[in-house]
Design a protein around this ligand. Sequence first.
Ligand code: 13P
Length: 253
Amino acid sequence: MRTPLIAGNWKMYKRISEATALARSLVSGLQGVDGREVAVCPPFTALYAVGEALRGSSVQLGAQNLYPEAEGAYTGEISPAMLVDVGCVYVILGHSERRQHLNESDEFINRKVHLALTHGLRPILCVGETLVERERGEEIKVVSTQLRADLRDIDEEQMAKVVIAYEPVWAIGTGHTATPQQAQTMHRNIREMLVHMYGEEVAESIRILYGGSVRSDNIDQLMAQPDIDGALVGGASLEVESFARIVKYHPIL
Ligand code: 13P
């Protein structure tokens, strides 16, 4: 059984006071919710304050990136050990915004996945195709290439700690959510890729989240799909009402 994970990616939003207020409201708004894991990924500057606000609750802390070295002269960067120190459990890696704006390569992302795991962090590894790639019918090839390169030399035991997030680039921040069927088709394909790479047992245990314009009015249909094991939520995770409603999804077909 895969425990669903709903994770909020706050991107480059929320100053410390706003982030803390949102975290506190989430803790009270999500009391009594069970059967699912919840995580929030604030910007680096708010990690400590949000971690304090979440203390004693079941909402977990995640970061949005790391630098793939234990420590060293890397001005401006944040190491995996620093993220563990501040209380992070998860770290988002390979987000399309970083692939696009910061030219992150699969090779670099692969190094990050290794370093995250070495330090006991659970990567939420993002993969997904652009609109042009989908229009060319290349979405499965693109996602498969990303997955193989980003997970290079990750063994079965390490893989058990990894979460995959399928985030079609054309659905991020656009309001154009993938239909539940489009998402399910890709999630099924990803699981089959994982079967080839890691065998049936590991592949069946890995959570595959969907991300891209997830909102309170489409989460119920998405979560009814057999291979959708949660969501990575951007814009709708910035307000307590919408994020709490997403966490409290009721799957409907
Ligand atoms: P939106 O939910 O704002 O489309 O963002 C999705 C995303 O990029 C989550 O990582």
